[in-house]
Design a protein. Structure first.
Length: 529
């Protein structure tokens, strides 16, 4: 989708300006909605604008994996930041909160407009249905992000083409989720299989199946607790697994190096938010590896704030032999000249707390020049290992820890311990014995192992807070993490507990932005605010 982004950017500045003015007189130098959607090129250019909201700073350009994903994996280490969304001491006027809310609704409104106009376009029926499917899915996905973070929200299914259309009450959660499921299942019938593309930026059948598994797992957990949804989660995950299109990359770290180098492995990385450098030399919003990453001011390596440091408990959760630890968390630091110095003293708390979320390392970034605050590194929304773990989770909740559940989680663990890349048969068998979960676990023990495995495999990918909330253990886990930090961390690194110290039970949801409350008379604030 990178080339269409450039086309869209040229168009959207004219189109959106016209939408925002609500003028009765048609300007001669702008493009009005009624003049667009005439043919396939215009439909797909506008569709790119529906995708575009995924990559803004308020979504996967930053907030959804940094400020809005505080968990037991890492913390905001910017000590100068004293009031912030990430610290749970914000108020509903917080600008980051407002930006996320309105960015997601912009995506929804763009999808609604496309869906309302697409039938008038002169284009083939096949292309029309593919575009319709992608727009339906994106609308459902934006609602999924909204309701996961804010709970009950207004459900708007028609384009907002009248400035007076601003008063919408909250819709009940079952109604919202039913619409999400409807949009995504309708999309599944229309979008192309993943092998139709050479990249991971488009919505495909595999992406829809995998996200439907995620949505159904959320519905099975808090707050809906509809356990019948485990069956659907299992079904959709199995569709990905049985498609013949996916397998794990043998090398865990290569998954993320590929993203840094703008390389695609659609067998492993099913759906990504794409970032690119435009012809003007500017980047499309990405900050992966810049706000995150191994801290350095060296321009050749690529500047990183190193803002997301790791919890000592997260570092220690990795077992001996798990190769993911020293990729997810840096085992070296940069000198001012860009040289690398290995860390010594792995049990030293100060050293551990100073380590970073290092999954995306700018030393591998190929786009130049490397700017301070932005990168072209893609963000993974769905990986095949996630699908395997979602299947294992659903299977365990339905049938207990069956062989199928074991096989799925062990496939992920075996990659982590180097089994997939090992060529010596004896060594491979020894690594497999080290990697595989012990036989004979009951449902509860398997669930506990699965919950830990998701963090080890998917750490810092914007899923941990989401998982802990749906398992209804977010408050408990965060307070437990804070207790350990407050009692045992070196004095300076007690700042790692700031988010959890401020956390209250209301914080499984974010506040409704005060700007929305002022614009929407039918809106009410979330409980506890």
């Amino acid at each position: 989708m990178k080339n269409p982004i450039l086309y869209f950017l040229l168009f959207v500045s004219l189109f959106i300006a016209a939408c925002n003015n609500f003028l009765d007189t048609k300007p001669k130098d702008t493009v009005l909605p009624g003049d667009y959607f005439r043919n396939e090129d215009e439909v797909y250019a506008y569709l790119t604008g529906v995708y575009d909201r995924l990559g803004k700073s308020a979504t996967y350009g930053r907030y959804l994996y940094f400020e809005m994903d505080m968990s037991d994996e890492g913390f905001n280490s910017l000590s100068a930041t004293v009031t912030d969304l990430s610290l749970y001491n914000y108020d509903p006027a917080e600008v980051k909160l407002t930006n996320t809310w309105f960015t997601l609704y912009q995506g929804i409104d763009r999808a609604n407009l496309l869906l309302s106009r697409i039938d008038s376009a002169q284009m083939s029926s096949q292309s029309r249905e593919v575009a319709r499917g992608e727009a339906l899915f994106l609308r459902g996905y934006y609602y999924f992000i909204l309701t996961s973070n804010f709970g009950e929200v207004p459900l708007r299914l028609q384009p907002t083409d009248d400035v007076g259309q601003s008063n919408f009450p909250k819709s009940p959660l079952p109604v919202i989720y039913n619409q999400i499921i409807s949009d995504m299942t309708e999309a599944e019938k229309r979008v192309k299989p993943i092998n139709a593309y050479s990249h991971s930026g488009r919505i495909t059948k595999s992406a829809v199946w995998g996200v439907l598994a995620r949505v159904n797992l959320k519905m099975a957990g808090a707050p809906l607790r509809d356990r019948s949804r485990y069956e659907d989660a299992r079904k959709w995950a199995l569709k990905v697994m049985d498609s013949g299109q996916h397998e794990l990359n043998k090398d865990y770290k290569q998954v993320f190096i590929n993203m840094c180098q703008d390389k695609y492995d659609t067998k492993e990385s099913i759906w990504e938010v794409e970032f690119t450098k435009t012809s003007s030399g500017q980047y499309e919003e990405g900050s992966l590896g810049s706000i995150t990453g191994i801290g350095t001011s060296n321009e050749a390596v690529g500047y990183s704030y190193g803002a997301v440091k790791v919890m000592k408990s997260y570092y220690e959760a990795f077992s001996t032999g798990d190769l993911r630890r020293d990729w997810t968390i840096n085992d070296y630091y940069y000198g001012t000249d860009g040289s690398k110095t290995p860390y010594a003293g792995t049990s030293n708390a100060t050293i551990i707390y100073n380590r970073c979320n290092a999954k995306w390392r700018r030393e591998y970034e190929t786009a130049t020049p490397k700017y301070t605050s932005s990168t072209t590194i893609n963000f993974p929304l769905l990986r095949y290992s996630d699908v395997l773990l979602m299947f294992a989770e659903a299977e365990n909740e339905i049938n207990g820890p069956t062989q199928a559940a074991y096989d799925a989680i062990n496939a992920v663990r075996e990659r982590a311990y180097g089994v997939l890349s090992e060529t010596d048969a004896t060594r491979k068998q020894a690594l497999k014995a080290l990697a595989d979960l012990p036989a004979g676990l009951d449902v509860v023990d398997f669930r506990t192992a699965l919950q830990k495995e998701r963090s080890l495999e998917l750490g810092f990918e914007g899923l941990r807070r989401f998982d802990l909330v749906r398992w209804d253990i977010y408050y408990q886990v965060m307070k437990g993490t804070a207790s350990v930090i407050n009692s045992s961390a070196p004095e300076y690194w007690k700042l790692a507990a700031r988010s959890a110290n401020n956390l209250t039970r209301r914080d499984t949801l974010f506040a409704i932005p005060s700007r929305e409350l002022s614009l929407n008379r039918d809106m009410i604030q979330n409980k506890g605010w």
